[in-house]
Write a protein that binds this ligand. Structure first.
Ligand code: NIG
Ligand code: FE
Length: 419
């Protein structure tokens, strides 16, 4: 199939974009892209391509923007229940960490998720997946972490694997048994840390290998830790991540969402694929991160969702030469937001990114944040044919506009979906 007559075809070609390189869109005016068997086989100008490939089935982009599907590299999309009451409590003055310390917050979603059978979990999650897809996300990371016990964590992995198989969107999985200290261990976080290391990580590895021998997949899921006051301290985070690395898991970490415990430096030291949140990060930590291959993932929907004033210091990260991506952080507590378009709009305003920078951070760099930059995140020969056609003719409408959906069509592995 030949997609032609894009006012602007944003290829994002040339790999992940570090520091001041961010924002290289690889824009082709009157662009075209040729797809065969779900993959991109040629990228160029419509005038040449229509003559060169006269027999191809065509899709007329009709003067609109075509770009890679968004890659959302940080979500907690699978959960049961909601936290509308907690939102109201926060508006009345309680803080997120106070609510968590009182056994609410993440822990109230843990209770609901533990009580939910597999089918309920999947039924509640399907509409979120579909909303993400309709807003242009074609690949997303998805974490466990509302079980905090082996059985429920494995049920979450099972649900995610099943949803990945049934939905056209691709999911990349993360085990986050270290998302919070479960109520049974409220005064003994070291014992829970030991349990994650000695029981849960080996159980997840064994379970995963059994599943994947049937699915034909390669590679273990990511392992992520919430390194934060009231969750896991730096020493506990290190123990979990070092154990995970020794078992062969690739690493991620939630760091500096509220307090700087040193998680960003730990991520760089351990060679984590990404470090996410980075709001309370110090200048010294940013300098270290800027020289490391670890991707800095900013989650602007989270401070927005919590009505906080501080966002990720994106310009400092870029000045330090860092690799910056953005994600929604979709979760029931801080950011029930399925839309990468909204994350882009916030990143432009509160992280001072240009639309071009935010788009690169939401495509090729966010693919790098989940080790998928060789497959998705740009329109280049050999990559998966995952792209979106917008309703507009100028890419800067992404960022500029918010609160409505600018996506008209989503193309996933060469199959076209009308939104
Ligand atoms: O990334 N900070 C920890 N995890 C999520 C929030 C999860 C929740 O509140 O349910 C986050 O913001
Ligand atoms: Fe998160």
């Amino acid at each position: 199939m030949l997609i032609h007559s894009a006012s602007q075809l944003l290829t994002l070609a040339g790999g992940p974009q570090r520091g001041s390189e961010l924002g290289r869109l690889g824009l082709i005016e009157n662009g075209a892209v040729l797809i065969q068997d779900g993959k991109i086989v040629a990228v160029g100008e419509s005038s040449d391509f229509k003559a060169r490939y006269p027999d191809e089935e065509t899709l007329d982009a009709a003067g609109r923007v075509v770009l890679p599907g968004f890659v959302d590299p940080h979500t907690h999309l699978l959960w049961a229940g909601d936290r509308a009451a907690e939102f109201e409590m926060r508006l009345q003055g309680k803080s997120y960490l106070e609510i968590l310390a009182a056994g609410g917050g993440i822990l109230s979603t843990v209770l609901a998720t533990r009580a939910a059978p597999l089918n309920t979990l999947m039924d509640e999650t399907r509409p979120r997946l579909q909303t993400m897809f309709e807003h242009g996300t074609t690949t997303a990371e998805a974490k466990t972490g509302y079980g905090l016990e082996t059985e429920t964590e494995l049920r979450m992995l099972q649900a995610l694997i099943t949803l990945d198989a049934e939905h056209i969107m691709d999911l990349v999985l993360t085990f986050m048994g270290a998302h919070a200290i479960p109520p049974e261990y409220s005064d003994n976080s070291d014992s829970y840390t030991s349990k994650v290391c000695a029981e849960m990580l080996p159980a997840v590895k064994e379970w995963w290998q059994k599943q994947t021998s049937e699915r034909g997949d390669v590679g273990l899921p990511f392992v992520d830790v919430f390194c934060e006051t009231g969750a896991f301290d730096l020493a506990q985070s290190r123990r979990i991540l070092e154990t995970a690395a020794s078992l062969g898991f690739p690493l991620k970490i939630h760091a500096d969402e509220f307090d700087n415990l040193g998680g960003a430096v730990l991520a760089a030291e351990l060679g984590a694929v990404s470090v996410d949140h980075l709001v309370a990060t110090s200048a010294g930590d940013i300098a270290i991160l800027g020289k490391s291959p670890t991707v800095a993932v900013a989650l602007p929907c989270t401070p927005f969702g919590l009505a906080e004033k501080e966002y990720t210091p994106a310009r400092d990260i870029l000045e330090a030469g860092g690799l910056l991506a953005i994600a929604t952080d979709l979760n029931p507590g801080t950011a029930w937001c399925e839309s990468m378009q909204f994350a882009i709009a916030l990143a432009c305003r509160y992280m001072r990114l240009t639309p071009a920078e935010a788009i690169a951070a939401a495509t090729i760099n966010s693919a790098a944040a989940i080790s998928r930059a060789h497959l998705v995140g740009s329109l280049e020969v050999g990559k998966q044919a995952d792209m979106i056609i917008l309703k507009v003719d100028d890419y800067r409408h992404l960022g500029y506009r918010f609160g409505s959906n600018l996506v008209e069509r989503v193309i996933k592995k060469g199959v076209v979906y009308q939104v």
